[in-house]
Write a protein that binds this ligand. Structure first.
Ligand code: SF4
Ligand code: FES
Length: 254
C-alpha cells in the first residue's frame, strides 16, 4: 500500500506544532504502529527526527497507544490503535494522525500527551485502602453473577483516554464512572464508597476535564465497550454521597 501520512509534529510542550506530510509504504497485515515503525526507520535513515508516539503492550491491554486517526480516537475501528490493521485503510489513502486533544492532556512531544491527570484521579480514591484481611477463597464472598459481571465489565477500562478525546467537552466521566463502578458494585468497595466518589469527582474537575452532556461519543469510541450506564451510576453514587455527607463528617454510615 502506498500512503500519505500527515503527522502532528511538535518538538516540545510549548513549541508550535504543525501537520507534516510523509510518503510511506505498508502491507495490509501490518498493525498501525508497525506502519509508524517503518516510517520512523526511514526517517532515521534520512537523518530526520523520528515521530514520538506512545505504545507499550501492543496487545490492547495497557491503553498507551493514544492516537487520533482521521478524526477519531484509535481510528476507524472501535479498538485500540495497536490492534488496528492497515487493511482498514485503502491503497493511496491519506491518513491524518494527531495527539489526543484536551486541556487536561497537554502535549509532551509530537503524538505523546501527558495523561497523568488520570493517575491523579485514581490516586484520589480509585482503590481499596481498608484492611480486608487475608485473601479469602473467591466463593466465600457470595456475589450475584450479574453483579460480578457488571463489575468485571467496568474494570475492563484500560485508561486509554479515548473517551476524553472523543468528547466535545473533553469529559472524563466515562473513565471515572468505570473506576467508581468497579468498586461500588462489590462488597470490598463499600467501606470507602462515599469518600471515593466525592474525591474522584472533585479531582476530575480540578484537572480541567469538562462536563458530560450525554452525546455518548465516549461510548461509541471506547475500545473496551464501557457503557454510559456507568455514568448514570457515577451520578447516583455522587448524589447519595453528597446527600449523606453529614454521616461522613460524623463518622457514621448507612
Ligand atoms: S472508558 Fe474506555 S475510552 Fe475511556 S479510558 Fe476507559 S477504556 Fe479508554
Ligand atoms: S499499546 Fe497497549 S493498548 Fe495499545
Amino acid at each position: 500500500m502506498k500512503l500519505t501520512v500527515k503527522v502532528w509534529r511538535q518538538a516540545a510542550p510549548q513549541a508550535k506544532g504543525e501537520l507534516k506530510s510523509y510518503q510511506t509504504h505498508a502491507s495490509p497485515d501490518m498493525s498501525f504502529l508497525e506502519m509508524l515503525d517503518v516510517l520512523n526507520q526511514n526517517l532515521i535513515k534520512q537523518g530526520e527526527e523520528p515521530i514520538a508516539f506512545d505504545h507499550d503492550c501492543r496487545e490492547g491491554i495497557c491503553g498507551m497507544c493514544s492516537l487520533y486517526i482521521n478524526g477519531r480516537p484509535h481510528g476507524p475501528k472501535q479498538t485500540t490503535t495497536c490492534q488496528l490493521h492497515m487493511r482498514s485503510f485503502k491503497d493511496g489513502e491519506t491518513i491524518t494522525i494527531e495527539p489526543w486533544r484536551a486541556k487536561a492532556f497537554p502535549i509532551i512531544k509530537d503524538l505523546i500527551v501527558d495523561r497523568t491527570a488520570f493517575d491523579r484521579i485514581q490516586q484520589a480514591g480509585g482503590y481499596v485502602s481498608v484492611n480486608t484481611g487475608g485473601v479469602p477463597d473467591a466463593n466465600t464472598i457470595p456475589i450475584p453473577k450479574n453483579i460480578a459481571e457488571e463489575a468485571f465489565e467496568s474494570a475492563a477500562c484500560i485508561g486509554c483516554g479515548a473517551c476524553v478525546a472523543a468528547c466535545k467537552n473533553a469529559s472524563a466521566m466515562l473513565f471515572v464512572s468505570a473506576k467508581v463502578s468497579q468498586f461500588a458494585l462489590l462488597p470490598q468497595g463499600q467501606a470507602e464508597r462515599k469518600q471515593r466518589v466525592e474525591k474522584m469527582a472533585v479531582k476530575m474537575d480540578e484537572e480541567g476535564f469538562g462536563a458530560c452532556t450525554n452525546t455518548k461519543a465516549c461510548e461509541a469510541e471506547c475500545p473496551k465497550e464501557i457503557k454510559v450506564t456507568n455514568i448514570a451510576r457515577l451520578n447516583r453514587e455522587y448524589y447519595v454521597a453528597k446527600l449523606t455527607s453529614y454521616e461522613l463528617a460524623s463518622g457514621g454510615g448507612d
